[in-house]
Design a protein around this ligand. Structure first.
Ligand code: R5P
Length: 270
């Protein structure tokens, strides 16, 4: 692996722990003005210091994030569909030249294994990896779930392994039963998405289980920025990911932070 690739990867996955807390705020690329991301800049501002990486689109990066920000960027470079259409019908939306101009540490693209457009998305991933290899930029493959596909270890394991075989440097998937099998069968680091907003205690349990079963961290969005206490939530997830904090301790830690916020008269939101 060349120096640039290694250096960029070290900005995403922290060498001190081999783990990462990625804050995902790219949802608008197909969901539009997602709850909690109506004004992405305001959402991100109090959270960014606790994130190892920010995952977002170039539009939001340029218009809502200060260029002086000190956080590595993983840029979503696929899209072209909305929640109203066929989500699998994505294509690459950002040139590699522009990604490099934006000084990104990585690029991310979704694959839809099992969908009628699986070939299109897999070949787009392969093309992106070819460019990533040329310029020393890691590629995060997002295993988006195809229509009618069950989020189980068999399906997610298939999608993760294919992404890794094509050369993805990191794979993002969902937590599932037998998650350790998904990780074992994927020769590159795996991070989990948080998925739809669930109670904080459940999101804490999900993060603990994922890390315990081999994930190198999370690429989490809604369970952080849609929480009533997003700062407490990302700080708790950080303890789980980087310090292996247990579920019970993490829940106590979260509640302590919430109490402190209340005492200080803050809601934990921007
Ligand atoms: C989905 O494809 C987007 O890339 C999100 O970044 C991803 O789902 C992670 O966000 P969340 O934790 O809200 O699921």
């Amino acid at each position: 692996m060349d120096w640039g690739m290694k250096n960029r990867l070290s900005k995403i996955i922290k060498p001190s722990t081999g783990r990462t807390v990625m804050l995902a705020v790219d949802h608008g690329y197909f969901l539009g003005p997602t709850t909690g991301l109506e004004e992405p800049g305001k959402t991100v501002a109090p959270l960014v210091e606790y994130a190892d990486t920010l995952m977002l689109t170039r539009g939001v990066l340029r218009s809502c994030v200060d260029a002086n920000v000190n956080v590595p960027i993983v840029l979503r470079v696929s899209g072209g569909t909305s929640i109203l259409g066929n989500l699998a019908n994505e294509a690459t939306t950002v040139s590699f030249k522009d990604a490099i101009k934006l000084n990104v540490s990585g690029v991310a693209l979704s694959i839809f294994v099992g969908s009628d457009l699986e070939r299109q998305t897999l070949l787009a991933l392969a093309d992106l990896i070819n460019e990533g290899e040329e310029y020393g930029v890691p590629v995060l493959a997002v295993t988006a779930v195809g229509k009618d596909m069950v989020r189980d270890a068999r399906y997610l394991g298939l999608a993760c392994r294919i992404a890794a075989e094509l050369g993805a440097h990191i794979v993002k998937t969902y937590y599932c039963d037998d998650f350790e099998k998904v990780v074992k069968n994927c020769p590159v680091p795996v991070v989990i998405a948080g998925g739809k907003k669930i109670p904080e205690k459940d999101a804490i349990e999900l993060s603990c289980n994922a890390v315990k079963r081999g994930a190198v961290g999370v690429d989490m969005g809604r369970n952080i920025f849609q929480s009533e206490h997003p700062v407490a939530m990302i700080r708790t997830v950080r303890e789980i990911v980087h310090n292996d904090m247990s579920e019970d301790k993490a829940w106590d830690f979260f509640n302590t932070l919430v109490s402190e916020e209340k005492k200080a008269g803050k809601k934990g939101k921007a």
